[in-house]
Design a protein. Structure first.
Length: 335
């Protein structure tokens, strides 16, 4: 199996040039179809299993939100790919079309990406059906629901309530990650009050053992950080994910004027790290946990994020540029 997985990892580097000729949306759909076919034929273990999947990694690794928005990628496939946890979403209660495609721009030389997808998704009820469809009978991989109100909704709190209602009783869902940071959403006027209300809705609807995390922006002002921390301390929040994409398009990495979208990969790493540092300094005496997300593409970056308090990581954009071998490399690290 080890030789077969090595072949699969190497094949990605051969086919990557072809995948990058497609727009990012089509390339992701092709990968999704491959994962579904592999699972339908019962080949995911044969093709993807390896020794690194059977030992504890230095730090739990999951996909970042957006990678498996509608649970079209089977959960067993992601487990055999090397993930310890699966993040679903961002999930909105109602279906939403998002922005017209193509809405992703990749920058190969700098291993960066900008997306202005606008939170497309099929809605919470459909996603709950897919989780049931692809729920593993053998591997109990934990699931995080990353959720946010449907764009343009006039009832954001009812929207969140509906998402939790449809997903809270599904097996292995032990965490909700409230996305308060997507750069492709409308800005909230009363940020602190809106955050408080949204957390209270999730608290009232989730099951007792399910945890709540917040996913924050790398573009926060100091006042925003203080407001977030105050709200977290006043509610039963387990931790936060640092960070989502950034509206700052560093010309060192993004050599095209887009005037829209959130940057990720190498273009995000330093801003994400700085935001994590700010929260870490304020959380040193707290039990709140930090999940690091944003441009983690090497052993050195993984250890750097651990040194600033990360107890888990999420990856997405680096996986596109490095391929599935990256997960194995990050799992096979020791301090």
């Amino acid at each position: 199996m080890e030789k077969i997985r090595n072949l699969i990892d190497s094949t990605y580097f051969i086919t990557k040039n072809l995948l990058f000729l497609m727009n990012g949306n089509k390339a992701h759909r092709l990968f999704t179809k491959f994962s579904q076919l592999t699972t339908r034929l019962g080949l995911e273990k044969f093709l993807l299993d390896n020794k690194d999947n059977h030992k504890d990694s230095l730090i739990p690794i999951s996909n970042g939100a957006g990678f498996n928005k509608n649970v079209d990628i089977p959960l067993d496939f992601l487990w055999h790919l090397g993930f310890d946890r699966v993040v679903v979403g961002s999930v909105t209660a109602e279906p939403f079309s998002g922005n017209p495609e193509p809405n992703i721009k990749r920058f190969r030389k700098t291993e960066s990406m900008v997306n202005w997808m606008g939170l497309p998704g099929r809605g919470a009820e459909h996603i709950a059906e897919n989780i049931n469809l692809y729920q593993s009978k053998e591997y109990l991989i934990p699931i995080t629901i990353n959720l946010t109100p449907t764009p343009k909704t006039t009832k954001p709190l009812e929207d969140l309530r509906k998402t939790v209602y449809f997903t809270r009783d599904l097996r292995n869902i032990d965490r909700y990650e409230l996305n308060i940071s997507c750069p492709n959403k409308d800005k909230i006027i009363n940020y602190k009050e809106a955050l408080k209300e949204q957390i209270e809705v999730i608290e009232s609807e989730k099951r007792n053992k399910q945890k709540i995390y917040l996913k924050v922006s790398p573009d926060l002002e100091e006042k925003d950080i203080e407001d977030i921390l105050e709200t977290m301390y006043n509610h039963n929040i387990e931790g936060l994910t640092t960070t989502n994409t950034t509206t700052f398009h560093n010309s060192e990495y993004i050599n095209l004027f887009l005037d829209k979208g959130g940057a990720s990969g190498n273009a995000l790493y330093q801003k994400s790290l700085e935001t994590q540092k700010k929260f870490y300094e304020k959380l040193k005496d707290s039990k709140l946990k930090i999940i690091a997300c944003g441009g983690i593409n090497s052993k050195e970056r993984l250890i750097e994020r651990i040194n600033y308090g990360a107890s888990e990581i999420q990856i997405f954009t680096p996986l596109i540029f490095k391929g599935p071998r990256l997960i194995r490399e990050l799992r096979n690290i020791s301090l």
